[in-house]
Design a protein around this ligand. Structure first.
Ligand code: KIV
Length: 277
């Protein structure tokens, strides 16, 4: 290979994810919303990138995920797809269907799923909910669009819960979650995100399904893990739940660099002769 050329690697598919579960290989997933970050994540070996509707919070500054639109999700997804394609093209790309783009009816869900899939080369869609959206999941997967489910804390339902606390701590909700996971698998989902539920419950769900579970605040027994990239890189400074491990403090690094730049401009030490034409 000539220096500087990027080696293309086998793309992670839904089949590969199932094999990973069967072989006991953990799945590493992170969110991304733009070209530059998607390139870095693909280069760093993540198995899957989620174009999460958390873009509504961390990219657009809304308080919840509810305001983001289909057009905005498509915009982010296009940028992420271009980023992965510019690198090894290995990571699977999953795009969140935004609030109210799939809840009205299975037909509406299918129409919007098709709209999102047609706009770029992503691999799969993610929908929040269990039995209530099972028919929509079936319709979408029946036409060949892979679906990742999402159970436990579902941020699109935050106004119903009234808080972001751990879900399914009581027996009734835990039993319902176990059933919902099974229903999603039967409806054709190829994987399911489990958000902010007790570890033991996530372990039980993971063992009861043939499809992989991807946990966020759901403990080590899930088949994979996902985090919001801004949280794990320390870009979002106020949000510090205990399930987020901070792998870097980019906020401080960026702040230091920008302060230095401002000083350099003010003192005329930037640009130097070498940085000029
Ligand atoms: O939108 C998102 O980032 C998500 C993750 C929290 C799983 O759905």
């Amino acid at each position: 290979m000539t220096p500087g050329t990027i080696q293309k690697l086998p793309h992670v598919t839904t089949r590969r994810m199932l094999d990973m579960k069967q072989n006991g290989e953990k799945i590493a997933m992170l969110t991304a919303y733009d070209f530059t970050m998607a390139r870095i994540l693909d280069r760093s070996g993540v198995d899957a990138i989620l174009v999460g509707d958390s873009a509504s919070n961390v990219f657009a500054g809304h308080n919840t995920t509810l305001p983001i639109t289909i057009e905005e999700m498509i915009y982010h997804a296009r940028a992420v797809v271009r980023g992965v394609q510019a690198e090894s093209s290995r990571a699977m790309i999953v795009v969140d269907m935004p609030f109210m783009s799939y809840q009205l009816s299975p037909e509406e869900a299918l129409r919007n799923a098709g709209k999102i899939m047609k706009e770029h080369e992503c691999d799969a869609l993610k929908l929040e909910g269990g039995r209530v959206i099972a028919e929509a999941v079936k319709r979408i997967t029946d036409v060949g669009i892979p679906v990742m489910g999402h159970l436990g804390l579902m941020p699109q339902s935050i106004y119903k819960y009234g808080s972001y606390k751990v879900r399914a701590q009581e027996d009734a909700e835990a039993r319902q979650l176990i059933e919902d996971a099974k229903i999603l698998e039967e409806a054709g989902a190829f994987a399911v995100v489990l958000e902010k539920i007790p570890s033991a419950l996530a372990g039980e769900v993971s063992r009861s399904l043939t499809i992989p579970t991807i946990g966020i605040g759901a403990g080590p027994e899930c088949d994979g893990q996902v985090l919001v990239v801004n949280d794990m890189l320390g870009l979002s400074t106020e949000f510090r739940p205990r399930f987020v491990r901070r792998y870097a403090d980019l906020s401080s690094i960026i702040e230091g660099a920008v302060r230095q730049y401002v000083d350099d401009v003010r003192s005329s030490s930037f640009p130097s002769r070498d940085e000029s034409y």
